[in-house]
Design a protein around this ligand. Structure first.
Ligand SMILES: [Zn+2]
Length: 77
């Protein structure tokens, strides 16, 4: 679900670069993150619902790039 949302936002030009305020052109390295901690012999999952992506602005004169779990903050709807 999250990947589809990221794709739609980027292709629909709704993922906005905070530096140049133009639509982000690309994204890569999508990953569902599962943060786990070892607690003795038990492994506890803390948060398995967030997904991380590298957003790449790629507009002329802007080299903004960010690896983030908070990509939703950049979607302008
Ligand atoms: Zn930019």
């Amino acid at each position: 679900m999250s990947l589809k949302r990221i794709q739609d936002a980027v292709t629909g030009k709704k993922m906005i670069c905070p530096t140049c305020k133009k639509p982000v052109q690309k994204f890569e390295k999508y990953a569902e993150t599962i943060d786990a901690v070892r607690d003795g012999f038990n492994i506890q999952e803390i948060d398995s619902h967030s997904s991380r992506v590298t957003l790449i602005c790629n507009n002329d004169g802007c080299d903004w790039k960010e690896r983030t779990e908070y990509w939703e903050n950049y979607i302008d709807e």
